[in-house]
Design a protein around this ligand. Structure first.
Ligand code: ATP
Length: 137
């Protein structure tokens, strides 16, 4: 079965939206295969966001992601990668369609990073890479 890494980012956890977000993913029919809460280290985040190193939002992104607890989940099911990204909505929460997680719960908070509540892997290769980073061994 296909797997994806879902993160409820620090804004989602601190606003008390973890349950509401995970419930939407479960209600669509995907199954939780692993679940953990942790405050990620800079080392973990540098691995996770390696492709964005050097971009203008990279430092603000890492500072935001290490600012508090994150909930990491592995969800599984047929085409779960595509299905979760559809549920999450567009990267910019102001523009994300209503009915999506970002569209319903997010907005611009005037900071240098999009505080957009969730992350979801974008391919089978990145899902397996990211699951290895957040759930080693
Ligand atoms: P994610 O990978 O988090 O599910 P995504 O694929 O829509 O979302 P990426 O392009 O991989 O986003 O960027 C990773 C994260 O970096 C985004 O979720 C957002 O928090 C932040 N980000 C991306 N682009 C910008 C930007 N132009 N300005 C500010 N923050 C950004």
């Amino acid at each position: 079965t296909e797997r994806t890494l879902v993160l409820v980012k620090p804004d989602g956890v601190s606003r008390g939206l973890t349950g509401a977000i995970l419930a939407r993913v479960e209600a669509k029919g995907y199954r939780i295969a692993a679940l953990a809460q942790l405050t990620p280290s800079r080392d973990l985040l540098a691995k996770h966001y390696a492709e964005h190193e050097g971009k203008p939002f990279y430092e603000p992104l890492l500072e935001f992601m290490e600012s508090g607890p994150v909930v990491a989940a592995v969800f599984e099911g047929e085409r779960v990668i595509e299905g979760f990204r559809s549920l999450a909505g567009a990267t910019d929460p102001t523009a994300a369609a209503p009915g999506t997680i970002r569209g319903d719960f997010g907005r611009d908070w005037g900071l240098k990073v999009q505080q957009n509540l969730v992350h979801g892997s974008d391919s089978v290769e990145s899902a397996e890479r990211e699951i290895g980073i957040w759930f080693p061994a």
